[in-house]
Write a protein that binds this ligand. Structure first.
Ligand code: ZN
Length: 312
């Protein structure tokens, strides 16, 4: 089989594994475009000066589902290294081009959990897409992100949903594990999840199309390349994580093929977050999720509730 035929075969195999719903959504998005509901209702939260952790990200571009870049006055960026697989060579300084019509933002080279370059409450918002799963200690990172955002400022977090990624055979990481990582100050060199990653990675769902050997080398060198997904999320586990940090959740939207889009705001210290509606296992966003495991969880919670009501 030629290289081109091999790529085509893998692409077809990927789409078959993801199912017709995903293929049809992708087609519709290409033809008609697609915007999150929060793009219509909450875009005012992104008019000021923000910080993106990782990226730049297609989902935040003018043609993306949540176009933050055309709205923002300025966006700075932080990435872990001057050379990454995703962005190639990156220079620190006024080099972060997030929108061709605007002045570049400042590029920082730093860990996501070490934003010591920014004063408390400096930014109007923080955005991050498909980055937090690469953090060995996501709670420590989110705590830093909250520190640098103004009270009332926004967090827009996009995480991969396990059902739509190569993590689909891995279990969702319990919040208790993330709390343990926080309490143990787990460093980026952590290898706890490598065995699980290597044994359960679904190569059919991997767009990088690694061979098994290449993937093993990639994971083993994670401290340098940061490719591994330490932790695995579904919609409710993402909401529980944000609630644990005491962000006020504003909306959770789920988008094929694998996006959990979560908008939250930083409440005043004297106004604790009230997230019960998003933590409810039968919440509307779970019942209507495009991801099967969210719907199964919601149905299971509903049948448990009905059983308990009958027993009572
Ligand atoms: Zn961990």
């Amino acid at each position: 089989m030629s290289a081109a035929a091999g790529r085509l075969f893998k692409r077809v195999r990927y789409h078959v594994s993801m199912g017709p719903g995903n293929f049809l959504f992708g087609l519709r998005r290409r033809v008609l475009g697609y915007r999150l509901r929060i793009a219509q209702t909450q875009s005012g939260a992104f008019a000021g000066h923000g910080l993106e952790i990782g990226g730049p990200s297609p989902i935040f571009s003018a043609t993306g589902a949540m176009p933050v870049y055309p709205i923002a006055h300025r966006i700075d960026n932080v990435t872990f290294d001057c050379q990454t697989r995703w962005e190639g060579r990156v220079e620190a300084g006024e080099t972060f081009v997030f929108d061709p019509g605007k002045s570049a933002g400042r590029q920082y080279i730093a860990e996501a959990a070490d934003l010591s370059f920014a004063a408390d409450e400096f930014y109007d918002f923080v955005i991050s897409s498909h980055m937090l799963e690469h953090c060995a200690n996501p709670i420590a990172a989110l705590r830093q992100w909250m520190r640098v955002v103004k009270t009332g400022g926004a967090l827009l977090l996009v995480l991969p949903h396990r059902d739509g990624t190569f993590d689909c055979r891995r279990p969702v990481t319990p919040l208790s594990h993330l709390i343990d990582d926080d309490l143990s100050n787990t460093p980026e060199s952590d290898r706890t999840h490598f065995e699980e990653i290597l044994s359960l990675h679904d190569f059919v769902r991997d767009p990088a199309q690694f061979s098994r050997r290449e993937f093993q080398i990639w994971v083993e060198n994670n401290l340098k390349n940061r490719g591994a997904h330490h932790h695995v999320f579904d919609a409710r586990s993402a909401a529980r994580l944000i609630d644990h940090l005491h962000w006020q959740i504003v909306a959770v939207e789920l988008m094929r093929p694998h996006h959990i889009c979560l908008l939250a705001c930083k409440p005043a210290a004297q106004a604790p977050a009230e997230n019960a509606a998003f933590l409810d296992p039968q919440a509307a966003y779970l019942r209507a999720s495009p991801f099967a495991s969210d719907r199964v969880q919601a149905r299971h919670a509903s049948s448990q509730e009905q059983t308990a009501a009958r027993v009572a």
